[in-house]
Design a protein. Structure first.
Length: 254
């Protein structure tokens, strides 16, 4: 093939063949564990991320027939040996690391089972890693089937964590119109025009701590049904949840 970029441009009439190239790429990279690491960075990434585990499996996508024909030609070509050798060498350099650059984590776990995988971002929503996100912006894209990295964590159990109600934050400011102000008046402190939930030491005064077994604290909110709006909007496994856990040493830092 002598044409630059195989004669493909980002134009509508080339979309099917672009898709076929990506399906073939996924087919060749998967056996070497490089599918995630070799994902495209163009607008076609959204298509690549939705490919099934077997990218050449029968489907209504017209790109499959083209990719399957190319895979058949590849299997008997003189290109196969050097390309597979290059893929193996690349894999050897990356076997100890996750496609996003972290060391590998617990065997048998994947990004899909990690607390910090979320679906979102600008454009089509795709799986992303919250551990890679900066203070502002989205985390890097990942694949649910990618092997777990060293920052893998099971979905957060709020009652064994309690980070957001402990030392992670210094106060919870509430609106004067929030029902908690009149439903739980003994827990409200007023500072001029500002209202906040009272603290006991470094913890929220509404936080109860118990232990099912020695050394294993359990946390519970004593006003859960009447908790203020900021607490209701605080999402487990969200950006602020990770920040809180990092601040109390429960999750690895950025």
């Amino acid at each position: 093939m002598t044409k630059l970029d195989w004669g493909l441009d980002n134009v509508p009439e080339h979309v099917v063949r672009e898709h076929a190239c990506l399906r073939l790429q996924a087919e060749l990279a998967t056996p070497f564990g490089l599918r995630g690491a070799m994902a495209p960075t163009t607008p076609y990434r959204g298509y690549y991320d939705t490919l099934p585990a077997s990218p050449l499996a029968a489907d209504s996508d017209p790109a499959i027939a083209i990719a399957a024909e190319a895979a058949s030609r590849f299997a008997t070509s003189s290109w196969r040996a050097p390309i597979e050798a290059a893929l193996a060498a690349t894999a050897a350099l990356t076997t100890a690391r996750h496609p996003l650059g972290f060391p590998l984590g617990p065997a048998g776990e994947t990004c899909g089972s990690c607390a910090w995988l979320y679906v979102g971002g600008r454009g089509p929503a795709v799986p992303r890693c919250r551990q890679t996100a900066a203070a502002v912006g989205d985390g890097a894209r990942t694949l649910r089937e990618a092997p777990a990295c060293a920052r893998w964590e099971a979905p957060v159990d709020c009652q064994s964590c309690g980070a957001c109600c402990r030392e992670a934050y210094h106060s919870v400011t509430v609106s004067v119109r929030d029902p908690v102000v009149w439903k739980e008046p003994e827990l409200i402190m007023r500072h001029g025009h500002r209202f906040e939930i009272r603290r006991e030491g470094e913890r929220c005064a509404a936080l109860a701590v118990s232990a099912d077994t020695p050394g294993t604290p359990r946390y519970a909110c004593t006003i859960y049904e009447n908790r203020p709006r900021p607490c209701r909007e605080f999402a487990a496994n969200g950006r602020h949840c990770l920040d809180a856990r990092r601040r109390v040493g429960l999750s690895p830092g950025a």
